[in-house]
Design a protein around this ligand. Structure first.
Ligand code: FES
Ligand code: MG
Length: 588
């Protein structure tokens, strides 16, 4: 990096605030208050880039809280490279703590961050990411404002352990619930077992939405190579925080912006990596949202077209067995990309934040542990990407095929006369409360030939779209060893869940989707080969049901509880479209 010229210094965006001789009044006003805690005029007026640290960590956001400490190293990096630091808070988003669901706040944090990046004297920004929605919220905002931006992930927690076995974030909850329902552990043991999965600072240590989104941020080229996988407490985490701080200053001088990095090729790289790592079903929602805010065409169908044929090569829970520490030790994202590059699946020329291409960053980064990051030949599964289904129930819904269990395959997908297809009796729930109230009701007579439907759980029906589609079978079936019934719905599911649900159905029932017409007792047919999902009733009957529904004012859902719920419901798009705020995407 050559020293910046005087001309470069004069052109800094922050000079419009801090050193604008054409407007001495405003310059003085802008300047004086930023001096009041000890910054000097020299720092603010000599042409040093002002670098924001978008701080997502707080006591309310434990997954990201470590960023409060890491920011010290980021500051040192920014200072070392000649920048001035201005750290500021981002609206907190905690996946496990926020009611009714953290994803309601993704667009709120996005809006808040857009205003900060646009309205304050910042030349570049370090985006501190981690917990599920913090990563997309930050990148979406950087895409909209398009000033130089770099992602610093907080890193996963250390591995969880219980009696000599790995316990992974979120994933252990599903297992522990089964043990509790079967009466094999009590409440005390249940809490102890679940808590064992969270042994340190950091975000979820499984390949849930957090590890997925941070891996994909790296695959998009938005963070330094190797950043995503480093566990939060490791020394390398603080070291990469320092390097990230140094690098953002250089990016300002190079004028390297999100729009230079977030190209169609970068998004295709992210899709391919998502399949290879066994990434979360939340990824298409968030990645498509980022694409929409940067103006790149990307559809939910692209996830199958680009990603389905890719094998699963990372053995992490929930699709596999290891956790974050092994992922990092095996080489993280660069080792995964290196493997994909050997098979021509990566756009190697895609530019990344370090100024080099994806190919330059990752070529030759052989995996250090072949149990954890496999070759294509020893992959855990071939064709491991999502498939996209459609029919009279919805225009699109996705299914994560890499988590279809042996039990599920044997029970539903291995009829030789009708391979990869199954029919069943629909049992329909309207929202998670309805499910919890009625799932054990013997009158529903749920057996292994039923399919559970969750509707009213999309972006409008349940503001933010709830992670509730993966429903447990009733306990009487669990006791008989039937642990997974087919689940379908217009909500989402947690990235830490290993359920092969059919989810993110769009349009949702509340937006007039076919799910609104379904009745308990209907026969439904799912054909994975044909990628179809249909209610087996005539078109005439469906038309009659729709007319009846419309007569009564359409599908009913609960009222909003907060102003933001109402505001978002009025302008949010469907899950297939990234659940973005429709009026926001034109600001690029
Ligand atoms: Fe925050 Fe999983 S709950 S990362
Ligand atoms: Mg979640």
């Amino acid at each position: 990096m050559t020293a910046p010229t005087g001309d470069q210094r004069r052109k800094l965006r922050s000079r419009q605030w801090f050193d604008n001789p054409d407007n001495p009044d405003m310059t003085a006003l802008y300047l004086e208050r930023y001096l009041n805690y000890g910054l000097t005029r020299e720092e603010l007026q000599s042409g040093k880039p002002i670098i924001g640290i978008a701080q997502t960590g707080s006591d309310l956001s434990p997954c990201n809280r470590h960023h409060i400490v890491l920011a010290e190293r980021v500051r040192e990096g920014i200072r070392a490279a000649g920048g001035v630091v201005m750290e500021f808070p981002v609206h907190p988003i905690q996946e496990t703590g926020k009611r009714p669901t953290a994803s309601l706040d993704r667009n709120l944090a996005y809006l808040g961050l857009v205003e900060v990046l646009y309205g304050y004297p910042l030349d570049g920004v370090v985006l501190t990411t981690g917990c599920d929605k913090t990563t997309p919220a930050c990148i979406m905002a950087a895409a909209t404002v398009n000033i130089p931006a770099i992602v610093l992930s907080g890193g996963p927690m250390l591995n969880g352990w219980f009696r000599g076995e790995r316990t992974g974030s979120g994933t252990i909850v599903w297992k522990a619930r089964e043990l509790l329902a079967e009466g094999r552990i009590d409440y005390e043991k249940f809490i102890e077992l679940v808590s064992s999965s969270a042994p340190s600072v950091g975000h979820c240590n499984t390949m849930g939405t957090a590890s997925t989104m941070n891996s994909l941020a790296e695959a998009l080229g938005m963070s330094l190579p190797g950043c995503a996988a480093i566990p939060a407490p490791y020394r390398e985490r603080a070291q990469i925080a320092y390097e990230t701080g140094k690098r953002i200053v250089e990016m300002v001088w190079e004028d390297l912006k999100p729009s230079d990095i977030l190209t169609r090729e970068a998004f295709e790289n992210a899709i391919v990596v998502n399949s290879a790592i066994g990434g979360s079903t939340n990824a298409p929602i968030h990645i498509n949202a980022i694409a929409r805010h940067v103006g790149v065409e990307l559809s939910v169908e692209d996830w199958e077209a680009v990603g389905h044929k890719v094998p699963l090569i990372v053995d992490l829970q929930p699709a596999g067995k290891y956790l974050g520490e092994e992922y990092h030790r095996a080489g993280g994202v660069p080792a995964v990309v290196n493997e994909l590059m050997k098979h021509g699946l990566v756009h190697e020329d895609a530019l990344t934040v370090n100024g080099r291409t994806m190919g330059e960053n990752c070529r030759g980064r052989e995996a250090e542990d072949r149990d954890v990051i496999r070759t294509f030949e020893t992959a855990l599964m071939q064709d491991a990407g999502f498939i996209v289904l459609r029919g009279n129930l919805f225009d699109s819904a996705i299914m994560k095929t890499s988590v279809i269990s042996r039990e599920f395959r044997d029970r539903y997908l291995s009829n030789p006369a009708d391979p990869n297809a199954f029919e069943g009796r629909a049992v329909v729930f309207d929202g998670p409360e309805d499910y919890h109230r009625r799932i054990e009701d013997p009158a529903l007579a749920i057996d292994e030939h039923c399919m559970l439907f969750m509707r009213g759980a999309g972006p409008i029906g349940y503001p933010g779209a709830a992670e509730v589609v993966n429903m447990h079978a009733p306990s009487y079936l669990l006791k008989r060893g039937v642990t997974s019934l087919p689940c379908i719905g217009d909500g989402r599911q947690s990235g830490t869940s290993g359920s092969p649900s059919i989810l993110n159905a769009s349009p949702e029932a509340a937006a007039g989707g076919g799910l609104a017409l379904l009745k308990t007792g209907d026969r439904v047919r799912i054909d994975l080969n044909k990628r179809e999902a249909n209610i087996l009733v005539s078109d005439e009957e469906l038309a009659a049901r729709r007319a009846e529904l419309q007569k009564h004012g359409g599908y009913k859902f609960p009222a909003s509880q907060t102003p933001w719920q109402e505001i978002q419901r009025a302008m949010v798009d469907q899950l297939s479209e990234g659940m973005v705020l429709k009026p926001a995407v034109k600001y690029q």
